[in-house]
Structures are given as C-alpha cells and as structure tokens.
Design a protein around this ligand. Structure first.
Ligand code: SF4
Ligand code: SF4
Length: 505
C-alpha cells in the first residue's frame, strides 16, 4: 500500500486527539461540562476496561469505547500509541525537542533494546493484582496518569494566572509529587526517545500483545532494501524496521516508510519477498518471577489499613461512591472528579485510605465541602466508582426517602467557642444546609471565672439529620483544627461503618 504524506496525516490526527484531550479536560468544570462526554479519552483505554473487568467482574458502559480500539489494534497494530494516546503524543513531541541529534545518533537511539521488555512485566504484574481484586492500573495507565497530572499541576498553574474557570486557586495535597513524576517521565525522553512508551507503559504493552497477529503491519522488501538503516532515523517504536520487524513494539507511526530512499517498506498485507517478523521477545522465567512477586505483594498491599480492614474515619468518599472494596476495584485514580469539584474538597488520598487507595478521591473539609445541590463528580467519573445520582436522590427529595450521607459531624467541646470559651458563635448552625438543620442549640447560662454570668447558645449535632457535607468544618472559625469535624461513620454506602446497627450488641 502506497501512503503519500502519511506522516503529515498522522500529525494531524495526533494534534486533533491531543487537542481533544486538553479541551475535554478544560470543559470538565461546572460551567461547561453539561452534555459533553468529558470522560471520552479516559474511556478509550482497553487497559482500564480489561483490568476493571478483572477486579469488578463488570465492564462499565462508558468503557465500551475501548472495544473499537481493541478491534482496530487486532487488525492494524499498535496505532493508538502514536495517533491517539495523549501521553504518547506528548512524549513524542518532547523527544523530538530534546533529541535533535545527528542521524547516526538517531539510528543508535532508535534501535531495539532488551529493557523494552520491562513494560510487559509491569503489565503482567498489574493484571495479576487486578485478578486478585487490587486495581492499581490507574497508577500507570497513560491516560489516567496524564489526566491526574494535568489536573493537579497544569490546572492550578493556569488558575494562578487568573484565567481559570471558577476557583481562585485550587490546591491538591501531594500534587507536587504527582507533577514531579510527570516531569521525570518527560525528561527521561532525553535519554531514550519515548522512554515511557517503549520501556514502561502497560497500555502500550497490552496493545503490543494484541497487535502480534495484526495482518496490517510494516513490511520490508528484502530485495529493495540496501541496509542503509535510514528507516531508523525517526522510528517511534524502536522496533527494527530495517531487520526482522518487532511488531509488538511498532507504533504504526509510518515514519520509516517515508524515510526509506529505496521504497522498500510498506504498510499492509504481505507481498512476495517481504521479510519475516521477529518472534515476541519476552523472558518466560522473568514473567514467572513477576507472577510470584505479585502474588506475594498482594497480601502486603491489603495488610496496610485498607478497605478490607476497619473503616477509616478520614476516608470520606464523594456522594454516590460505591462501598469501599468496590470503589477501589473501580477507581483508576484519574482525578476527573477532583477536576470537576467546584469547592476543591476532593483531594488525592495519600496512604490514609490504604496503599490501594493511593490518589483516590477523598473529601478534605479543611479545603472545601460537598455542595448541597451538586452531583458533578458522579457525572465526571469514567468508571462508575462514583455512580451518577440525581440531585433529588442526593438531598433525599421524593421519591427518595433519605439523603445520601457521606459521614457525620462531631463537636470537639474543648475547642468549640461556646462550649469551652464562653464565646457566642453560630457559624456552624448558619451554614448547615439540611432541612431541618442538623445542628441545633440549647440556650444556657454559664458562670464565668470572674463570677459573672453569660447567656449563650451551645451547639449540638443531630446525627440522623447530618449528611456529612463538611461545610460546618470548613467554615468553623477555629482555624487550624476545627471544633466540629466530619468522620466517615454513618456513610450511606457502608453497612458496616455505622454507629448503631440494629441487631448488633
Ligand atoms: S457532589 Fe460534592 S464532592 Fe462531588 S463534585 Fe459536587 S461538591 Fe464536589
Ligand atoms: S472516582 Fe474519581 S479518580 Fe476514581 S475513577 Fe472516578 S473520577 Fe477517576
């Protein structure tokens, strides 16, 4: 198949998909997201769909978008990596920027290296963990990784300059670490072109395995080839188009076809005198070692504080979240929910939710609160870890009997102004959004140290009315550690994490 200007066509596709990724991330906010399929790029990842199926036994409807990618890869190879994947495109651009070497260096840089096998072992480890129920692919799925990194770094940086959509300056706990990892990955392109894609990417590895029997692939006419190696100059995959082609490494960038001065390369079905492909290069012994390591690592992952142990007081999940085990089996740590939250309350968890909950969303009420009539995080979540609920369901309007409860607020009497400092304060009662209010007062007369009497209102909490939205904690005037704080107990999504259970002594 002759393909004039295929490089230019691929670049147009790459710019389109990278622009689409940025645009969908940009409109992922309360003002713009209505009606758009904002999770589209996240939903394209076959790795998310397959690993999520392993952990939860279901494929979330949105992830059906991955099916066309799988189907096309089986026939046309690993084209996703250089035509669609936003992290792949970013890596390719930065590699080009860093490595404008002499051609002879490019040939060396673009030759296959045994370290490229590492991504297959990473894929195997992540899939084995998924089969055991621990979904950790979100740490390394390239689309989730880029969405998370841009959300916690680029988005606050843009807001810093006053052009952000609605929050003055969003902050994300531990965002510096997430941003630093992305910077390291980009800088690694200085040493090996597309370092992430060639060496580490588990999605690339999965697509590589799927493409092994693809009928459409790069083929070399051995009669025409003069072994000049010019096809290596811009090869994105490092897949040896000049020799026995390594199909699972090829990104179908087509650069080699245009770089070949003899017209010896084509993309398509085999013709007479086309060279053989290199067999899949993977060390079975290493694969076995990875399997054993994953099996050993799994209980360690679970032995930390996690969903399978006691509920954690600080693990307060967004409204509509699945029970903790199922939540961790679905959440890919993409941070789309954090991007869309209008109060910035959703933050990437560190180790408080267990290692398996690293970078999953939790509510940190010192930073924000859950807005009473907002259900945006469920609409943004691409995997159903946070289910789509209506405002009526959230606030408990008919036909729903009860509101969705995220946790319960508790007073710390030693810090509360009316309780311990004889000072009038009604802030928490004023901001409480429920009807009737969950915070109520008793009028009391208190004897002060100097013998005088002060009349004031002391606040109480009605736990059955509190929805755990956290606005009282956020607005409490005791700044550093609020006098009213939310814990996860009483959350609707958990039968176990309750204060009083019928039939339980
Ligand atoms: S429902 Fe609450 S946690 Fe979710 S986006 Fe809205 S304010 Fe944030
Ligand atoms: S819960 Fe948040 S971080 Fe997890 S998959 Fe859904 S949107 Fe992404």
């Amino acid at each position: 198949m002759n393909m004039p200007n295929i490089r230019a066509i691929r670049r147009i596709y790459a710019i389109f998909f990278f622009g689409l990724f940025l645009w969908l991330l940009w409109i992922l906010d309360p003002q713009h997201m209505k009606g758009y399929e904002t999770g589209l790029i996240l939903e394209l990842s076959p790795l998310t769909a397959i690993a999520g199926f392993f952990t939860s036994g279901t494929v979330y409807l949105g992830l059906a978008w991955a099916l066309p990618i799988i189907f096309l890869t089986l026939f046309f190879g690993r084209f996703f990596c250089s035509w669609i994947c936003p992290l792949g495109i970013l890596n390719q651009f930065s590699s080009w920027l860093f490595n404008r070497r002499r051609p002879v260096d490019q040939y060396k840089n673009n030759a296959y290296r045994p370290i490229f096998r590492l991504k297959y072992y990473i894929l195997a480890g992540l899939l084995i963990l998924s089969a055991f129920g621990a979904l950790q692919i979100g740490l390394l799925d390239p689309i989730a990784l880029l969405t998370r990194s841009f959300t916690v770094s680029l988005y606050p940086a843009i807001n810093q300059w006053g052009v952000g959509p609605y929050l003055n300056q969003p902050i994300f706990l531990g965002g510096a670490l997430i941003s630093a990892l992305l910077i390291v990955l980009i800088l690694a392109n200085r040493f090996i072109t597309r370092y992430w894609c060639r060496v580490l990417c588990p999605l690339g590895a999965l697509l590589g395995v799927m493409s092994l029997r693809a009928p459409f692939r790069i083929r070399r006419d051995v009669d025409k080839c003069t072994d000049c190696n010019k096809c290596l100059a811009n090869c994105q995959g490092g897949c040896d188009p000049h020799a026995e082609h390594r199909v699972s490494e090829c990104h179908a960038c087509m650069n080699c076809i245009e770089d070949c001065p003899e017209g010896a390369l084509h993309y398509g079905l085999p013709e007479s005198r086309t060279s053989a492909a290199k067999p899949f290069d993977i060390n079975r012994r290493r694969l076995g070692e990875v399997a054993v390591a994953s099996v050993v690592f799994y209980p360690m992952l679970k032995s930390a504080v996690s969903a399978s142990t006691k509920p954690q007081h600080q693990t307060i999940r967004p409204p509509g979240s699945l029970p903790e085990e199922e939540f961790n089996a679905r959440c890919i740590k993409c941070a789309a929910c954090m991007r869309v939250c209008p109060t910035n309350v959703l933050q990437p968890a560190l180790l408080g939710a267990g290692f398996e909950g690293l970078w999953t969303p939790i509510l940190v009420n010192k930073i924000g609160w859950c807005e009473h009539h907002c259900v945006l995080c469920g609409q943004a979540c691409p995997t159903g870890a946070i289910q789509r609920i209506s405002v009526q369901e959230k606030v408990g309007e008919k036909p729903f009997e009860k509101p969705v409860k995220l946790g319960t607020a508790f007073f710390d009497h030693g810090r509360c102004l009316p309780w311990s400092m004889h000072t009038e304060c009604v802030v928490c009662e004023e901001v409480c959004p429920t009807t009737p209010k969950a915070i109520w007062y008793k009028r009391v007369e208190l004897l002060k140290r100097d013998g005088s009497v002060v009349k004031l209102k002391q606040p109480y909490m009605a736990p059955d009315l509190c929805i755990g939205c956290g606005i009282c904690e956020n607005k409490c005037p005791v700044e550093d550690y609020a006098a009213v704080r939310i814990t996860s107990v009483g959350e609707t999504r958990s039968k176990a994490n309750q204060m009083l259970l019928k039939g339980k002594s």
